[in-house]
Write a protein that binds this ligand. Structure first.
Ligand code: SIN
Length: 518
């Protein structure tokens, strides 16, 4: 039995919650489908903070310049301007809604992260920024009686009718069977695909379903080759790659190799505060040079008292693994962290499919270019989540919900999870062949492997997962240069001719677009 609502939002991170609030404020019924609990999202795991222009020595131009510089020539300037100028308003609104960012003597405190020319990162609970933002947004969303949160509902595909997105097919957690729900429009806020890699800082749900579903629906997917690897994930055998926030280096942490030598001066004048792609590659080179599996983050110049209050969650997790962050060298290595590419949108979250909007990490708005500036992603989710919600509401004023779609396949069996075999093969292939450093040979091997996997009979979830891998490998093969998060050891330089976005759409050959606004 099909259901109807005014709007469907998929995902309950910062973008999904903010989009839902915008839609409900416009008087609509909103159904929010989310894979796990409403609070389980990439946002919830965000430690370091949110970049915003609010301190006395900062201004929007400086934030814009830093973002453009990090983006290595591929940012959309209008998108960046929108982010930094509207960001302040939306953060003040979040504070108004009860978000408690850390303060000293009543004044907001700002930390430093790599490639920022100012201390402009707000944080909460020391290193639990995302958790506090999600808490405040869920509380705000609960005041809207027209928002219906539906947890543990995996979305399997988008429903299209005559080229318009009209709903989704999802795994109903109560009926334990697939079900269709129809709406005036759908807003995708499903987050990124960090779980494609063997080592990732992302939660288990970051499997890129939104990107694949949009691709199968015919939407344009941009810049998938740009993957950000975070330099400092805790590297303890058999433990998940827990993030050791960049703010730790911002507060004075240094990196040392297996011989105890501080090594970043060999690679970049900005030392530990160089952009993430540079620090990650420097760590890999140092690990190869010394024949080790990790380097070390050294926080011993800071007092225990400072570290425990500034980084409470990190101190606790490290202690669980027998590490005292004020005394021990902390073993770290890079892990996949953020996808710069995704579903191509305009400045209002509109994708190339009418009725389908998107916001947050699932998108490529042009804000991040080839490399995201640290702590810009929560801001992006907030600003573009609100804008996508507003645009979906106003664009749909004359749209009626209709229960009809082009979908011909019957409901298959309930198989909303990626199979273990597919997960293992994809994760290993992505890590070994499509990782921090790639080349023609490794990428071709990866592409062939993922093609072979995709030819088998797969559940929708497994097909979505391997499709993300194919999209990344294909774009990385196509981009014969190194730029931002994409480093080809066979093409180590940046090429002016390739200052374009990679666009993938259906079965067409990979294409390029010089600009992202449309
Ligand atoms: C961190 O805390 O290092 C992550 C912040 C980010 O990815 O923006």
């Amino acid at each position: 039995m099909a259901q109807q609502t005014d709007f469907i939002v998929i995902g309950s991170g910062i973008a999904g919650l903010r989009a839902s609030i915008a839609l409900a404020s416009a008087g609509s019924q909103v159904t929010v489908l989310t894979k796990a609990k409403a609070s389980d999202s990439n946002t919830e795991w965000a430690q370091g903070g949110v970049a915003v222009v609010l301190s006395d020595d900062d201004n929007a131009e400086l934030h814009e310049d830093d973002t453009l510089e990090a983006g290595a020539g591929l940012c959309d300037e209008q998108a960046v301007e929108t982010l930094v100028t509207e960001g302040t308003k939306y953060i003040l609104e979040l504070i108004d809604w009860g978000t408690e960012f850390d303060r000293e003597g009543g004044k907001l405190v700002f930390t430093q992260e790599a490639a920022h020319s100012r201390r402009r990162i707000l944080h909460a609970g020391g290193d639990s920024t995302g958790k506090e933002i999600v808490r405040a947004l869920i509380a705000r969303a609960r005041q809207e009686t027209t928002i219906n949160l539906l947890p543990f509902a995996d979305t399997e595909k988008l429903l299209i009718n005559d080229r318009r997105c009209v709903g989704v097919r999802y795994a109903d957690p109560i009926l334990k069977s697939p079900r269709d729900i129809f709406a005036k429009a759908v807003v995708l806020c499903t987050g990124g695909a960090g779980q494609l890699y063997l080592h990732s800082t992302n939660p288990p749900g970051a499997t890129g379903d939104g990107i694949a579903m949009a691709y199968f629906a015919g939407a344009e997917i941009a810049d998938m080759e740009f993957v950000q690897f975070h330099p400092t994930a805790l590297s303890v055998k058999n433990a998940p790659r827990f993030l050791l926030s960049e703010a730790m280096r911002g507060e004075g942490g240094v990196l040392r190799n297996a011989h105890g030598e501080r090594f970043m001066s060999k690679y970049d004048d900005r030392l530990e505060m160089a952009p993430r792609d540079i620090v990650s590659r420097s760590i890999v080179r140092e690990m190869r040079r010394t024949g080790t599996r990790n380097v070390y983050l050294d926080m011993t110049s800071k007092t225990e008292e400072f570290l425990v209050s500034r980084f409470p969650a990190i101190s606790k997790t490290c202690a669980y693994y027998g590490l005292d962050i004020s005394k021990d060298m902390l073993p770290v290595s890079p892990a996949s962290h953020y996808c710069m590419g995704g579903v191509r949108t305009d400045l209002w979250g509109r994708t190339t499919i009418p009725g389908l909007y998107a916001a947050g990490e699932v998108t490529c708005t042009g804000v991040h270019g080839a490399n995201r500036l640290a702590s810009n992603s929560l801001l992006e989710g907030l600003v573009f989540g609100a804008r996508a919600g507003e645009a979906a509401a106003s664009d749909s004023l004359n749209i009626q919900v209709e229960e009809s779609s082009d979908e011909t396949s019957s409901y298959g069996s309930l198989s909303a999870k990626v199979s273990t075999a597919v997960r293992k093969r994809v994760k290993r292939g992505m890590w070994e062949w499509v990782g921090i450093m790639r080349d023609e040979e490794s990428l071709s091997r990866a592409y062939a492997e993922f093609r072979q996997i995709s030819r088998a009979k797969l559940s929708n979830a497994s097909r979505n997962f391997v499709t993300n891998a194919l999209l990344v490998a294909r774009a990385a093969l196509w981009r014969k240069e190194s730029r931002g998060g994409h480093f080809r050891s066979d093409y180590p330089e940046r090429s002016d001719e390739l200052r374009v976005h990679s666009i993938q759409e259906g079965d067409k050959e990979i294409d390029s677009a010089p600009r992202i606004s449309f």
